[in-house]
Design a protein around this ligand. Structure first.
Ligand code: F6R
Length: 352
């Protein structure tokens, strides 16, 4: 059942601390700063191509970014495009990210890769799924069953699992800090769930024409995911953009009736640049909501702030996403939408 929540989606958003704990259990040793992902630790990929759809594609974009930071050439592809026109694979490991393990586009991309001699890995939530049977290796995200059609906790668990994969297979710098940030994720997510102002933000902006989401680096996939969730469960127009791309066209869509959600964490070069982009939309009178850890001064330029605890940049993406999940959920709830079963959508998409 829904355990007292109005919707499975809200319940599953609240299950994220537990989902992450399960994902990490027995796989991280904080004292030794090591990660144990079993045989996968021996993979030592020299290149990685991710294939995935929808929310899982956003997780794949994040995973590719992590691997590149660790010095491994990595790219994320939309599975439907990869299956239709596969890139040269070389000796890359091809990784399918799929919660259900049954998505036809993703299975088809992986089959195409295997036909060309590639080794394949499935990152999935579902033991015994088609993807787990067909791939050479599996990494389970252990989120537990997700009933809401819109992916929520499985996305958080995919991000956590992709961190484990990177830590377990590469020589990425600063492992100890990343591991400790992963261990802090459950309590940091809980703090957001307990204190979020997302409902008030949703009530303020529920009548808007459209919603835009911007982010840079690891926060770019979070912006895309924020927009996808908004579309799926509210049926409102929403788009996610790389913060730097806004001025290359989409800025023409920005008006006083289109709130812009800007994900700005840390206080480095990336934050500074995204704040520049925030000023561009402010100048067009768009309301701006910052999702921020308060390290930069972005709060001075925006209409509302959704706070996330300060942490490692890789973990910050997971936290920012929780705030955006809640915003979409409460906008959809205000509009009386069918949140757990949005129109035209199915949990598992088994056709190409
Ligand atoms: C978004 C959503 C879909 C799925 C996509 C891939 O909320 O649920 O975009 O993420 O259909 O599904 P899986 O991960 O099962 O391959």
């Amino acid at each position: 059942g829904k355990s007292g929540y109005d919707h499975f989606m809200l319940k599953e958003i609240h299950e994220q601390p537990r989902a992450i704990r399960q994902c990490l259990r027995g796989r991280v040793d904080e004292m030794a700063a090591t990660v144990d992902i079993g045989d996968l630790g021996d993979l030592s990929p020299t290149g990685v191509q991710f294939v995935a759809c929808g929310t899982s594609y956003h997780a794949a974009l994040y995973g590719a970014n992590l691997l590149r930071n660790a010095g491994i050439p990595a790219q994320a592809f939309l599975a439907s495009e990869y299956a239709t026109s596969p890139p040269p694979i070389g000796d890359a490991l091809v990784v399918g990210v799929t919660q259900s393990g049954e998505t036809a586009d993703t299975l088809s991309a992986l089959r195409e890769a295997r036909k060309r001699g590639a080794r394949t890995l499935a990152v999935t939530n579902t033991v015994g799924s088609t993807v787990a049977r067909e791939c050479d290796h599996e990494l389970y995200i252990r989120a537990g069953p997700e009933i809401g059609v819109a992916a929520s906790k499985t996305f958080a668990s995919q991000l956590a699992a992709l961190n484990l994969f990177t830590l377990g297979t590469t020589r990425v710098d600063g492992k100890r800090d990343i591991i400790s940030a992963l261990r802090d994720l459950p309590s940091n997510i809980q703090a957001i769930l307990d204190e979020s102002q997302a409902k008030a933000v949703a009530e303020t902006y529920v009548d808007s024409d459209a919603y835009f989401f911007i982010g840079r680096g690891l926060q770019y996939p979070v912006a895309l995911e924020g927009a996808l969730k908004m579309k799926e469960i509210t049926y409102k127009h929403a788009e996610g953009f790389a913060a730097g791309e806004l001025k290359h066209g989409p800025l023409a869509l920005v008006t006083e009736d289109t709130p812009v959600f800007a994900v700005v964490t840390g206080d480095g070069e990336m934050a500074r640049k995204t704040i520049g982009n925030v000023k561009e939309v402010e100048a067009r009178n768009a309301p701006v909501v910052a999702v921020t850890d308060g390290q930069s001064d972005v709060g001075r330029y925006v209409d509302a702030v959704l706070e996330v605890p300060e942490t490692h940049p890789q973990a910050a993406a997971v936290l920012a996403n929780v705030q955006l999940q809640l915003v979409s959920y409460y906008v959809a709830d205000e509009l009386g939408r069918s949140i757990d079963k949005p129109r035209n959508l199915a949990k598992s998409v088994t056709v190409e």
